[in-house]
Design a protein around this ligand. Structure first.
Ligand SMILES: NC(=O)c1ccc[n+]([C@@H]2O[C@H](COP(=O)([O-])OP(=O)(O)OC[C@H]3O[C@@H](n4cnc5c(N)ncnc54)[C@H](OP(=O)(O)O)[C@@H]3O)[C@@H](O)[C@H]2O)c1
Length: 357
């Protein structure tokens, strides 16, 4: 096969105010078909993107009007290549001693089918027998390390705690469930997820109970399953569920503020109003501890956390199967459509885009 000299890319065309626009003149993203690739220099590799991690935080990078000094990174400008956090790529050509042609690496080339990048910015994949490499994008990647760091270091959960997690069928939430139940041995684990099928899956992972926030009697069910209150709430979604949970966390309880996906389309300069908090008094009177965190703060310690997760898999405390990933075969033309499934409940576990012809 001759090596590519140009690549298709998706760029940010219009920062959305509200939901992502997939079609028409105001489309959020625009496909550029033949962007020339620079010639390969020493210590660089030519990559072909194969599997993309889809991350809710990418939505915050394209907020229309949000100050970068109140984010952990610079936000994107219209016309820029859409960023991606982790992509499994195949090395097509190499002028580096670090990587051979044909090897799989994890890199961050953005929404680009081919890319020339510095070899030093790529990470080798330490293949584990019997385990699909795609788990390094989710359960053994950012989602797994976030779950471990947030639950154990930030919320300081122990076996004596009742733990509740929102977004429990998502990439991070499903790992929180397994870590809480099978690694820490928490007293009781309660999940909150969207839909009956997802709730039953969360229970199969080890949650004592999982309730559907889309059900008409959700509030009633929440009161019932949190009778006696919870000591730790791992919050992936923010908004109304967080507001309700403020009334269900025990005195001196801890909340790990991991994410606010329910607000990602209604924040950052959006025209859509975000859900507010009515129950803040509960924080005061019940002496609740709420701590936000960003897993990037682990920096060089990230590898230690991945090792802990791998150890838990080897000990059978964390089980990984195809059910932990939703891998969507996607033609390059449909790329944003798959990513958008994050915000419409279209995935279970980690949403991964597999690029197909
Ligand atoms: N702090 C950090 O360092 C860090 C790191 C990674 C992720 N995060 C955050 O953690 C959260 C989970 O991220 P993830 O990567 O594991 O993705 P994820 O949970 O797999 O995200 C997709 C899921 O979010 C749920 N969701 C979407 N819109 C929702 C809404 N309006 N209300 C309630 N749930 C909604 C959907 O599940 P249902 O079908 O159940 O609704 C969907 O399947 C996100 O908020 C993310 O930004 C934070």
């Amino acid at each position: 096969m001759s090596l590519p000299k140009a690549t298709p890319q998706w760029i940010l065309a219009h920062s959305p105010s509200g939901d992502i626009v997939l079609d028409g003149p105001n489309s959020t993203f625009q496909l550029k078909k033949d962007v020339p690739l620079p010639p390969l220099q020493d210590n660089q590799v030519l990559l072909q993107s194969v599997y993309f991690s889809n991350d809710p935080a990418q939505r915050t990078l394209i907020w229309k009007d949000y100050p970068s000094d109140r984010h952990y990174t610079n936000l994107m400008k219209e016309g820029e290549l859409m960023r991606a956090y982790r992509v499994i790529c195949k090395v097509l050509d190499s002028r580096s001693d670090l990587f051979k042609v044909g090897q799989l690496v994890i890199a961050s080339p953005g929404w680009s089918l081919y890319a020339v990048v510095d070899a030093g910015a790529c990470h080798p994949i330490n293949e584990l027998p019997g385990l699909d490499n795609t788990h390094f994008l989710g359960s053994l990647g950012g989602a797994g390390t976030t779950a471990w760091y947030g639950l154990i270091d930030i919320a300081r959960a122990t076996k004596d705690d009742v733990v509740c997690v929102s977004g429990a069928a998502g990439a991070t939430g499903s790992m929180v469930v397994q870590i809480a139940k099978h690694v820490l041995g928490c007293k009781r684990v309660i999940g909150i997820a969207g839909g009956e099928k997802k709730c039953r899956w969360v229970e199969s992972l080890g949650a004592d109970v999982c309730i559907d926030y889309k059900a008409s009697d959700f509030q009633e069910q929440l009161l019932k399953v949190t009778e006696g209150y919870v000591n730790v709430f791992f919050d992936n979604v923010g908004g109304k569920i967080l507001d309700l949970m403020l009334t269900r966390v025990a005195r001196y309880g801890r909340i790990a503020a991991c994410g606010t996906i329910s607000n990602y389309s209604s924040a950052g300069g959006s025209d859509v109003e975000a859900a507010g908090l009515n129950n803040w008094f509960q924080v005061v009177v019940n002496r609740l501890e709420i701590k936000g965190f960003i897993t990037f703060d682990l920096g060089e310690r990230t590898g230690e956390y991945v090792d802990r997760l791998i150890q838990a898999v080897k000990e059978g405390k964390i089980k990984l199967s195809d059910d932990n990933n939703t891998v969507v075969d996607t033609k390059w033309e449909d790329f944003p459509r798959t990513w958008n499934l994050l915000f419409t409940g279209g995935s279970q576990g980690k949403l991964i885009t597999k690029v197909v012809d």
